[in-house]
Design a protein around this ligand. Structure first.
Ligand code: WQD
Length: 340
């Protein structure tokens, strides 16, 4: 079996991707520093696939530990790099933590990729690289603007570092996947978005309010230039997102890439407002949500959703799950973790 290293593989998107990689027949090796996840996620993955991924607790900021890891684990066919800090708001408050964790760690990882001649690399990027879109839906040709947060800047810089490395490498091929808003959980409710601390993102805050862990959801502003005044985002089911990673990895392993560095938007192509997400949740859960309209949140863009033609036509991938399926899966997961 081909060995695939998944950094941050016990995290939200990483764990869902580990499941899809195992189902595809890959041997999965996970490294994670457990700063935003926990080791029980390994059991969740195994519950779904019946296969136990190799797990190594490792901090990618520890250059020596990273080097030792690659000396121990040879024959790695490809890497999917999720490990990073990802809260937009937190990155504004703690920029150096984000530059160290998201950039320095990437450099140490790529140095090992070069040393061990690993040729297939998938990077977890983000639609935040686009900033406020001039035109919607947004395509991969949209200009990369000045990032609106240090988090978004680390994704822009990360893409540039990988592209520059591919240019000089004789073996490295890479694909950056620009996620829009990942939501939902695996239908088994064996894995999902782990609630560590107060959720920054909309859907976990909704489900925690509905289950009674949070008092009330605040909608951050309803005076935006959108149909109902609330911000619009492209909410994509995390399992659709996970499947796209396997397709992108296969593309590289099978040498179907047309250049050494490629990048794709991963979204549904449909924009949904905050109020529409709340209405979807209330429809599928039967729970009336306690929410109020509050002040705008610093750094929020008015609207962004993906033009998905490139991924549809070149990767042959298309998001299949609906917003209702995603909100229901998130609710099932919230109820599951509050039972145990
Ligand atoms: C969505 C909307 C909020 C919470 C995320 C990730 C980022 C990147 C892009 C991957 C906004 C509103 C939220 C709340 C609210 N993904 N909201 N009340 O900011 O689009 O960014 O997707 O890289 O990493 O963070 O997502 O879920 O925080 O906000 O009204 O309590 O919901 O104002 O309009 P965002 P989000």
């Amino acid at each position: 079996m081909k060995k695939i290293l998944v950094t941050g593989g016990l995290g939200y998107i990483g764990s869902h991707t580990a499941v899809e990689l195992q189902l595809e027949g890959y041997e999965v090796i996970i490294i994670d520093d457990l700063s935003n996840s926990n080791q029980q996620v390994v059991d969740g993955i195994t519950t779904i696939t019946g296969l136990v991924p190799t797990f190594v607790k490792l901090d990618l900021k520890d250059k020596t530990a990273v080097s030792d890891f690659f000396n121990r684990y040879s024959g790695i066919e490809g890497i999917i790099h999720f490990a990073a800090s990802k809260a937009v708001g937190e990155s504004v408050q703690r920029p150096l933590l984000y530059y160290e964790n998201n950039i320095t760690a990437l450099v140490y990882l790529l140095q090992e990729v070069e040393k061990h001649q690993i040729s297939n690399f998938i990077f977890s990027s983000s639609c935040t690289v686009y900033g406020e879109a001039d035109q919607l839906p947004i395509t991969e040709q949209a200009p990369i603007k000045v990032a609106m947060s240090p988090y978004g800047n680390t994704k822009q810089i990360g893409e540039e570092i990988i592209q520059d490395t591919c240019k000089i490498s004789s073996v490295l091929k890479a694909i950056s996947l620009r996620y829009f808003n990942p939501i939902g959980a695996h239908e088994s409710a064996a894995i999902g978005e782990l609630p560590l601390g107060v959720p920054q993102n909309l859907l976990p805050f909704i489900t925690q309010t509905a289950i009674g862990k949070r008092e009330q959801l605040t909608v951050f502003g309803d005076t935006y230039d959108t149909p109902d005044g609330t911000c619009v985002r492209d909410y994509i089911h995390v399992v659709d997102l996970a499947k796209a990673h396997v397709i992108a990895l296969n593309r590289l392993i099978n040498n179907q890439n047309t250049s050494s560095y490629e990048f794709f938007n991963l979204g549904t192509g449909k924009g949904s407002s905050v109020l529409e997400v709340i209405q979807s949740f209330e429809r599928v859960s039967g729970v009336k949500l306690n929410c109020k309209i509050g002040e705008r949140r610093e750094g929020d863009v008015t609207a962004i959703f993906a033009d998905t033609k490139k991924a549809n036509e070149i990767l042959g991938w298309k998001a299949e799950k609906t917003l209702d399926e995603a909100t229901l899966s998130a609710w099932n997961w919230e109820q599951k973790i509050n039972r145990s």
